[in-house]
Design a protein around this ligand. Structure first.
Ligand SMILES: C[S@@+](CC[C@H](N)C(=O)[O-])C[C@H]1O[C@@H](n2cnc3c(N)ncnc32)[C@H](O)[C@@H]1O
Length: 238
């Protein structure tokens, strides 16, 4: 039996996650006991009568920041020596498939802190966080969507989560430094567009070569930077 991946998401908007976690692959993974999700609302850890989770930034400036006390209490309520705490922030390292693979292999307990308003008090970052991740160079209103992106990309790489016809993660875009080759299913001809003959040949060697050539061509056309990185990596690690 594969080890369960525990995922705690600390957010002011747990309901935003409920739909995502209750459908498709994530639902199946949690029903199969492969991933265990908990949603934690920092508001439940406030001690004042207004359940305050935000306040104005010292030094002035627009907007509000998430206060440290509820976030510390929320994280500490689930933290163990095995936990890996991830802060979702546009200032973090941009997430890539290699990060998804690393997080899926190395850790058994991920805690995501989802910011809101203008973000979180810097002391959260300093004292609680192991890693800061951004999902791209744009700003969302809160961290739930970005945490969902990471959770999906990581969970599907855990053993047993993808079953049946969905296990080919090594061939996917980014896994081998290339974008994926074109794929076809039935019918063999649709509105005059034909599936390439080679795919009916039954010659697995030739098909593999065709797919590789197509992947290289597609990567050169669309993402030459991936090929350049790959070249650089193999120069540094011959
Ligand atoms: C409005 S944003 C705060 C932006 C912050 N003032 C800044 O300039 O970096 C609120 C929260 O959304 C999340 N967020 C927004 N964009 C994100 C991104 N590209 N990647 C990861 N998290 C993001 C973070 O958790 C952030 O604390």
């Amino acid at each position: 039996m594969a080890e369960v991946l525990k995922v705690d998401v600390i957010t002011l908007f747990p309901q935003m996650l409920a739909g995502f976690l209750g459908e498709s692959m994530m639902k199946r993974a949690s029903e199969a006991g492969l991933v265990e999700f908990r949603l934690i609302n920092p508001r439940d850890f406030t001690t004042d009568k207004h359940n305050t989770t935000d306040d104005r930034p010292f030094g002035g400036g627009p907007g509000m920041l998430m206060k440290p006390e509820p976030l510390f209490a929320a994280v500490e309520s689930v933290h163990t020596p095995q936990s890996h705490v991830i802060l979702m922030t546009p200032s973090g390292k941009t997430f890539e498939q290699a990060d998804a693979r690393r997080l899926s292999i190395v850790h058994s307990h991920l805690i995501f802190i989802c910011g809101h308003y203008e973000g979180v008090d810097e002391r959260v970052r300093e004292a609680l966080v192991d890693e800061e991740i951004s999902i791209g160079d744009y700003v969302l209103t809160n961290g739930v969507l970005s945490a969902v992106v990471i959770i999906d990309a990581v969970a599907r790489l855990r053993p047993g989560v993808l079953g049946g016809g969905e296990i080919a993660t090594e061939d996917e875009s980014f896994s081998s430094g290339l974008l994926e080759h074109p794929q076809y299913t039935r019918p063999p001809e649709f509105r005059g567009m034909k599936v390439p003959e080679i795919l009916f040949s039954g010659d697995h060697g030739k098909i593999a070569q065709w797919r590789h050539d197509q992947a290289v061509q597609r990567t050169m056309e669309r993402r030459i930077d991936l090929l350049e990185n790959e070249r650089e990596n193999s120069k540094n690690n011959p």
